[in-house]
Design a protein around this ligand. Sequence first.
Ligand SMILES: [Zn+2]
Ligand SMILES: [Zn+2]
Length: 276
Amino acid sequence: MRAVVLDSDGRPRIGEAPAPTGETMRVLACGLCGSDVEKIGRGAEGTVLGHEVVARRADGTRVVPIHHRPCGACGRCLAGHESTCEAFAAPTIVPGGFAQEIAAADGVELPDAVDDPTGTYVEPLACVLRGAERLPRGRVLVVGHGFVGRLFAAVLTRRGDEVFATDTIPERTGRTPDGPVDAAVLCAPAAPLEAVRPGGAVLVFSPAAPVDLGRVYRHELTLTGSRSATPRHMEEAAALLPELDVPRPVVLPLERFAEGLDLYRSGRALKVVFTP
Ligand SMILES: [Zn+2]
Ligand SMILES: [Zn+2]
């Protein structure tokens, strides 16, 4: 089958990959995520990236396969840190979403109101919903107003927070804070702790920049991390997605992967989705 496969230098190439054996699902769309881009140039030869997938089951239903599954029973799962569960690392989308087919897997059904490309937002939105549970309500600063930052802004606005947003790309910056905020969520490698009021909270949601721990100490800030999602958040995201105001993706055929990657990396596209 056709797929985007990493070569021996970790570069993505459109080519052929072995189709998964057993029951399969046809991929309808797969979103390009920052975590995919991080693996380019580093991933093992033969890797097929892509985990923000919409696929069609043999019975015709459209599903978003669950990306990683925690055991639900270990101490870390019970403490709410499911993404650190031993079982979580095992791949559930085989071989990967930038391909024509994947092995049949558990998934959440996509509402009819959501088209295939937008359906790829269920996975990142699920990660955002889980992160938002760790953010206190009030005045919240979103640091990094790209695609994930906008999902955060949409979710936080909907729940009644006063949302501010900054970005290193001037055109992406939203409403800048007019005073100290109660909390900040870091969706980019920056940590403007000076924007957070004493006693406030900071959620680390991306590979991070160095943090001024002296300020955490003096201002009694609470630092929390959140990475990835759980099956429960995937269900919630699928139900919420039709009600959210989210950016439109750039949709390209898989053959134009290199062009889509360039659009994303250069910041000219907030989100790129490929259709095989
Ligand atoms: Zn992702
Ligand atoms: Zn577990």
